[in-house]
Design a protein around this ligand. Structure first.
Ligand code: SAM
Length: 333
């Protein structure tokens, strides 16, 4: 593998101006683009509170600090013990996860295992370790889709991918917590449109072996493919029975790997890291460690893309668009 570059190319200032002083914002052309209506500019990240939109606790008002959410999460010890034992058996750092999302998945976990009690579930997993993956799949939600979150993908498509295509000889893209791979495949297809997928390195990692197995297979439903831009769905997938499969010219560029981002590290520096909709399941301290680890793994000038409800706040990580952050030269690990 060639040595990683020391700096990543910059977004073209004329098309997607990097954040300037707040008083300049009114004159910033990209503000008028409705697709990027919630772009945040320099200073916004510093003044906004540490907030998390909690999709699991609708009764908690928007803007409640995450630490308050965690502290206001009383759960029966037997529920918490149950989910944490299962995650630990799967080799995961169970204490790093917020309790509420996990505990709420207990009924789904019991249904997936076809048992009615937590005790029966644990006996089943002890008797048949293969059932552990079924349980973990139910506890760790793997919801994903192609081009999920139009505003974020608009910025990726219009600015970040063209930037890397133009300036980087070997763009390196890592999708952390990639689930079935739809997110990374979406990015790979954006590069493919430029004829550049063949000179990229794509890595997708997830802690669930079944998610990675599915990503490696590369089979997607007709409905899933129909949800993406038609030119991409038609050109880069082929029929296999009732499903559609990513063509080898693209799939051969992607490495899929079972990996726990809370414990493992991936070598190298990355131009673009996507870590979306994982941190919402993690406690605040672990989330902060996660952002630090990912920012550290970025090339200076590289971009981190997060989920809509996630908001990394690190010195040297500047928000440049909807859910998109750029590592600046002032970042210190
Ligand atoms: C909601 S999905 C997000 C998928 C995709 N990033 C997206 O936003 O469309 C969350 C994923 O995080 C994965 N995950 C949870 N804990 C993880 C960990 N410690 N390391 C790697 N992946 C993890 C889950 O297996 C699941 O596939």
């Amino acid at each position: 593998m060639p040595p990683a570059r020391e700096t990543a190319p910059q977004l073209p200032a004329d098309r997607f101006p990097l954040p300037g002083p707040p008083e300049d914002h009114a004159a910033t052309p990209s503000l008028t683009d409705p697709r990027f209506a919630h772009v945040c500019f320099h200073g916004a990240a510093e003044t906004s509170p540490t907030i998390v939109v909690d999709p699991f606790t609708p009764s908690v008002p928007y803007g409640t600090p995450l630490k308050d959410l965690v502290e206001s999460e009383p759960h029966p010890p037997e529920d918490l013990g149950f989910v944490r034992r299962l995650l630990r058996q799967a080799g995961l750092r169970a204490e790093g996860y917020r309790a509420t999302p996990l505990v709420r998945r207990i009924p789904a976990c019991l249904r997936a295992l076809r048992v009615t009690t937590k005790e029966a579930a644990e006996r089943l997993v002890a008797d048949d370790p293969a059932k552990l993956q079924i349980a973990v799949n139910a506890l760790l939600i793997g919801t994903t889709s192609f081009f999920r979150d139009a505003a974020t993908f608009g910025l990726l498509e219009e600015a970040i991918v063209p930037l890397l295509v133009e300036h980087s000889p070997l763009p390196r893209v890592w999708s952390v917590a990639c689930s079935d791979g739809s997110e990374l495949v979406s990015i790979a297809l954006l590069f493919a449109r430029y004829g550049a997928a063949g000179r990229c390195r794509f890595l997708g990692t997830d802690c669930r072996p079944s998610a990675i197995a599915s990503a490696k297979k590369g089979h997607y439903s007709q409905e899933a493919i129909a949800s993406m831009p038609a030119d991409l769905g038609e050109r880069y997938f082929e029929n296999v029975g009732k499903a559609r499969r990513l063509i080898p010219a693209i799939s051969s560029r992607i490495i899929w790997k079972v990996s726990d981002i809370l414990s493992d590290t991936e070598p190298g520096l990355w131009d673009l890291i996507l870590c979306r909709n994982l941190a919402i399941y993690l406690g605040p301290a672990v989330t902060q460690q996660l952002w630090l680890k990912l920012a550290d793994a970025l090339t200076p000038g590289g971009h981190l893309v997060v989920g809509k409800a996630e908001n990394p706040q690190l010195p040297g990580l500047e928000r440049v668009g909807p859910c998109v952050f750029r590592k600046s030269s002032t970042f210190r690990p």
